[in-house]
Ligand binder design. Structure first.
Ligand SMILES: Cc1ncc(COP(=O)(O)O)c(C=O)c1O
Length: 369
């Protein structure tokens, strides 16, 4: 019987590597330093160094990383935050949970990233922040975005899907955003064995604020000087992440190889649109689009190829946001939501599995003519 081709792999490490991780976790259990143990700051330092950024602050999740970043800015209720229409709910939710006004901008129809032209149309006197989302492992061109939004508007990067991605040929853009927010949800390129998140920044004052905000507004026990959250990165997760950090660049490269194979083969099928992607993308997800999306999904599922959608709803169509945002039409985001399919991609997928995915997609379009 044919084996299922998994969409992703939440634990791509070898048995030997997992054995080592377990022994490291046991050390924490023996030391009992479960909350903000030294391992958290070791991981933060290593992550910051690898990202070529001065500071990193671990927290409970990628969603919290976004909320904490917004909390640093002391925004007022009327202040507007611009977010792309096609992203995970957390990007928009963070704005609503921070009691600010969520403004949605449409995406570029080729990359799926926030359209810088559409951002321009949405800027008002009340715009205080833009959250570009580095969707699928790509990087938004922050230099270009900064030119359009001017110096006064803060940029917070949602990098939940783009650990150690870059834009090929562009110099380091780490000084443009005030902070970058990461998720360590298990299926991410750098995934924990549970939830986790982190914010990077080059600003010492934002760093100091973040450290307090994630810890109920205090650095020193019982001295609470800010209204913060309880959102600390677990010591155990930090140990796991610190180990996995050693192989992240190699694992990203393995994903790039898979994506390049898909690119090379799938560009021959005229019924599908590929996602225009920079070579430096960390290739977290591989998205194709077709008008026959639902039929193709069903067909691939019948062939034991598991695929999902990122995302089946644009943010303006989410029920949870119904009363929180102005009714808007986001043509490109809505079309993307109707047509997108995410194909299996992870560091351990075999060449035979990738070939089978490609073969079945080709078969589908030949037989559906
Ligand atoms: C683009 C994006 N932003 C934010 C998040 C939120 O991260 P978390 O699930 O760790 O809260 C995710 C996670 O799926 C995401 O993909």
């Amino acid at each position: 019987m044919n084996k299922i081709i998994n969409f992703s792999e939440v634990n791509p490490l070898t048995l030997k590597e997992n054995k080592f991780i377990k022994s490291e976790v046991n050390k924490v259990i023996n030391k009992k330093n479960f909350i903000l143990g030294n391992e958290v700051s070791v991981f933060e330092k290593n992550f910051a160094k690898l990202s070529k950024v001065k500071f990193a602050v671990g927290c409970g999740s990628g969603t919290d990383a976004l909320i904490l970043s917004l909390m640093c800015l002391n925004l007022k209720k009327d202040d507007e935050v611009i977010v792309p229409g096609m992203t995970y709910i957390s990007t928009g939710l963070s704005v609503i949970l921070n009691n600010n006004k969520l403004v949605l901008a449409d995406i570029d129809p080729d990359t799926g990233l926030i359209s810088i032209d559409k951002v321009k149309e949405k800027i008002t006197k009340k715009t205080k922040v833009i959250i570009p989302v580095n969707l699928y492992g790509q990087k938004v061109d922050l230099g270009k975005l900064r030119k359009v939004v001017g110096k006064k508007i803060n940029i917070i990067e949602d990098s939940a899907q783009s650990h150690f991605a870059f834009r090929k040929g562009k110099k380091n853009q780490t000084n443009i955003a005030l902070s970058s927010c990461y998720s360590f949800y298990p299926a991410k390129n750098l995934g924990a064995y549970g939830d986790g998140g982190l914010v990077t920044t080059n600003s010492r004052s934002i760093y100091n604020k973040l450290r307090a905000l994630r810890n109920l507004g205090s650095i020193k026990k019982y001295e609470h000087f800010l209204l913060g959250m309880n959102s600390r990165l677990d010591t155990i997760q930090a140990v796991i992440l610190n180990y996995k950090l050693k192989s992240i660049l190699a694992l990203n490269n393995r994903r790039r190889k898979v994506a390049n194979y898909y690119d090379k083969e799938l560009c021959k099928i005229k019924e599908i649109k590929l996602t225009k992607t920079d070579e430096g993308s960390s290739r977290h997800l591989y998205i194709i689009r077709t008008e026959m999306r639902d039929k193709l999904l069903k067909y691939l599922s019948s062939k034991k190829i598991s695929c999902i959608m990122h995302y089946p709803y644009s943010l303006n169509k989410l029920k949870a946001f119904e009363r929180k945002i102005k009714k808007v039409k986001l043509e490109n985001s809505e079309k993307w939501a109707r047509e997108c399919i995410s194909l299996p991609i992870h560091p351990n997928i075999s060449i035979n599995e990738i070939k089978k995915v490609v073969k079945e997609i080709k078969n589908f379009f030949i037989t559906s003519k």
